[in-house]
Design a protein around this ligand. Structure first.
Ligand code: API
Length: 285
């Protein structure tokens, strides 16, 4: 099967974007894994698919698959690339688009300076909706849980869904934090029946933090948009951060704003088209 794609990145989190607005490609998890493969395919953290609006109050549907081939509920950096893609491809001339994702509806706006603002919706702390199985953890207080990892480490995390699940901890220095050791152990911890994205944040001030994320289904990425939202929300709940925070990641800087409660989290950041291409997906995957 020969397919066309666009390679994009948002703060270094990289994507293969597919246009299914006129026809479905009917790809399988193996196909998504091939496209994400950095040696045999194109290479990406996630595969983003654009589909026609499934309901009258949105402009498009946005489908996300991780590099491991699994479909997921939300992708923050990908959403900024989504609006850049649909405008560059002439699929809309709107600068603000509403998009149906598995995790809900999000609103994306391309700004005159090229940055993209995303209304990510409100964070969800209701544990069954994350989902989080509290029986496999110990409550430290009403916003903090202790997880014991299979290597014996005990970590204190905030648990939140941005449409997708996140476990966030504070570390003294992200450069020396055990991201690659603890990341997969947290990702696959029994407390998270759908696995989880593991965030490691270093608080620099009440308005700035550094962040590394070991992503569910992708491993450590250069940036994670929903992870940045989860880290800021967690830091605000823990009394460490003010409502507007600059999040520094290895791949770039995001601005996250949250006024608390059921208010939406607002993310501002870059989106870049790297190249357009074609690739043949082997029939024998
Ligand atoms: N790995 C995530 C999906 C991609 C999220 C990330 N790339 C972002 O920018 O939010 C998950 O399994 O929930």
């Amino acid at each position: 099967m020969r397919i066309r794609f666009t390679k994009m990145q948002g703060a270094g989190n990289d994507f293969v974007v597919l246009d299914e607005t006129t026809q479905r490609l009917n790809l399988t998890p193996a196909h998504y894994r091939f496209l994400a493969d950095r040696h045999f395919g194109v290479g990406a953290d996630q595969i983003l698919t654009v589909r026609p609006a499934p309901q009258p109050d949105v402009d498009f549907e946005y489908v996300i698959h991780n590099a491991d081939g699994g479909e997921v509920e939300q992708c923050g950096n990908g959403s900024r690339c989504f609006v850049r893609f649909v405008r560059e491809q002439g699929l809309t001339d709107k600068t603000t688009v509403r998009v149906k994702v598995h995790g809900g509806v999000i609103t994306l706006q391309e700004m005159p300076d090229g940055q993209v603002t995303v209304d990510m919706g409100a964070p969800v702390f209701d544990l069954p909706q994350v989902p989080f199985a509290a029986a496999y953890a110990t409550a430290v207080n009403d916003t903090t849980w202790q997880l014991v990892l299979s290597n014996g480490d005990a970590v204190k995390v905030g648990v939140v869904s941005m449409g997708n699940p996140h476990a966030v901890q504070v570390v003294a220095d992200v450069d020396t934090a055990p991201v690659l050791a603890q990341g997969p152990l947290i990702e696959n911890h029994a407390a998270f029946p759908k696995r989880v994205n593991a965030g490691f944040m270093q608080v620099l001030s009440r308005n700035a933090l550094r962040l590394r994320v070991f992503e569910r289904g992708a491993g450590e990425t250069l940036a994670c948009g929903t992870g940045a939202c989860a880290a800021v929300v967690t830091g605000i709940r823990w009394g460490l951060l003010d409502p507007c925070v600059t999040v520094q990641t290895h791949g770039g800087t995001l601005t996250i704003e949250w006024q608390g409660g059921d208010t939406p989290v607002r993310m501002i950041g870059p989106a870049t088209t790297v190249f357009n291409g074609e690739i043949t997906i082997p029939d024998t995957l």
